[in-house]
Design a protein around this ligand. Sequence first.
Ligand code: MN
Length: 167
Amino acid sequence: METLKAIGYIGTSVNMLTRKAEDYLEAILNVTEDKGYARIKDIAIALDVKPPSVVEMVKKLDKKSFVVYRKYDGLTLTEKGKEIALIIKDRHDTLKAFLEIIKVPEKIAEKDACTMEHELDAITTKQVKNLVIFVKSAPEYPQWLEHFEKFCITGKHPCEEKGHRSK
Ligand code: MN
């Protein structure tokens, strides 16, 4: 992570790369982890864009040393590119998990995590991650979460119904 600190990536808002560039790095990482390699075609499919758009972006990323692109061998993330891709992926997984905890359906959680992962302050993401770990590491399914689920349906806090909080 030293390189990223040096170039001011960690702890600042994500302004070194465009959102689009981050999406590409993330997609290249995902495809590489899946298939063991990444070609232009695979990235086009993953991001639902046309291959020429991928080539255009990948050339830019190559120029900035985030990827190595060889016409016939495909794409590899450089160390710097991989570090950023891993950060984005971690944010994605964290935000998706958070949205699923608050009962957002998986498909929407997946889509919105991809929007949020680029925009949030590093501190916000860190706290969201703390919450996700806190919930997931609870020895039993948290009661407040059960109550929240009921609340989403009834609009009433179950404790209120039981008269726990009658004033
Ligand atoms: Mn994403």
